[in-house]
Design a binder for this molecule. Structure first.
Ligand SMILES: Cc1ncc(COP(=O)(O)O)c(C=O)c1O
Length: 287
């Protein structure tokens, strides 16, 4: 497992500040691992640690950074990877940078129409019993724990962050946000986690939180669901937002996940917080 160990983010200065706003810091997770760094690689480094299996099996969307990260881990570990891509219309993998690279890394792509997803996934899990099944998005307790210890370490190294009022990040399955939240609770800090849902309603996000069985105090986690139902929707103003954010921070936000955080920050005048850039860089090449 050594070859795929996530490079400690501390190797490079993790804190960037948003120019024009000296009270907002950015933790850039996009460079924590080779090729496709981001929160999915950090989660997988923990999920796969110590597992012995004949291959890897998982699922995701055409934009899935988790599927790409799984392909990347499989290639590094010398394991076959089978990716179940849930997609309505037959799609050309070459149009999706993550699928394209996953395929080049040797992963097998299996397209499944959404109405059949549950049944087909069960069949695949039965058929590939000796492959290690990774829940979509790496939404597992180990994924949560790795973000819990990561954020505790960040706070240890940067004690000034204890005085921040909030941490904001994209919210998909919620593992990353919950791990960070647990660290905040462990350290008894008064920092609110703001999760910007990229797809689901607040209620659906809460269901996903329940799957991990960790109690969450309402005041500590704010889920913003103004982008619910708009997963992957690209808008004309996104490109100029990406460019101006890059000029101000040195981070070019991906167009599916982190752009939603940038949009949120544009519309809210909040200060004294931390932004987590969670990766997903390859989707910046989407046509
Ligand atoms: C780049 C990126 N950021 C954030 C997320 C959301 O992370 P989580 O599923 O832990 O909420 C995802 C995946 O869903 C992602 O690919």
């Amino acid at each position: 497992m050594n070859r795929m160990e996530v490079v400690p983010i501390e190797k490079r200065s993790p804190l960037l500040s948003l120019a024009g706003n000296s009270h907002i810091d950015i933790l850039d997770e996009s460079r924590n691992a080779p090729l496709c760094g981001g929160n999915k690689m950090r989660k997988l480094s923990a999920i796969l640690h110590g597992e012995i299996c004949k291959g890897l099996l998982t699922m995701g969307s055409t934009y899935s950074n988790h599927c790409l990260a799984t392909a990347c881990c499989g290639a590094l570990l010398g394991l076959p990877v089978r990716l179940l891509i849930v997609e309505t219309v037959p799609c050309k993998p070459s149009r999706f940078p993550n699928l394209n690279l996953a395929h080049r890394l040797g992963a097998e792509l299996v397209f499944i129409p959404p109405p059949e997803a549950r049944k087909r996934i069960d069949e695949e899990r039965e058929c590939y019993k000796d492959y290690f099944w990774i829940p979509g998005g790496g939404h597992t307790r180990k994924g949560l724990e790795v973000y819990r210890s990561w954020f505790r370490r960040i706070i240890d190294d940067h004690p000034n962050l204890k005085k921040k009022d909030w941490v904001v990040l994209p919210f998909g399955t919620g593992t990353t946000a919950l791990g960070i939240l647990q660290a905040i609770v462990d350290l008894n800090l008064e920092i609110q986690v703001i999760g910007i849902s990229v797809a689901r309603t607040k209620e659906a996000c809460e269901e996903s939180i329940k799957e991990l069985g960790v109690p969450v105090e309402e005041r500590r986690l704010k889920i913003v669901d103004c982008f619910a139902g708009q997963y992957g929707k690209r808008e004309s103003h996104h490109h100029s937002l990406q460019c101006s954010y890059f000029r101000r921070s040195g981070v070019f936000p991906d167009p599916i996940y982190n752009i939603r955080v940038v949009e949120f920050l544009e519309n809210e005048s909040i200060e004294n917080g931390v932004v987590i850039n969670t990766g997903g860089m390859l989707n910046t090449l989407l046509p």
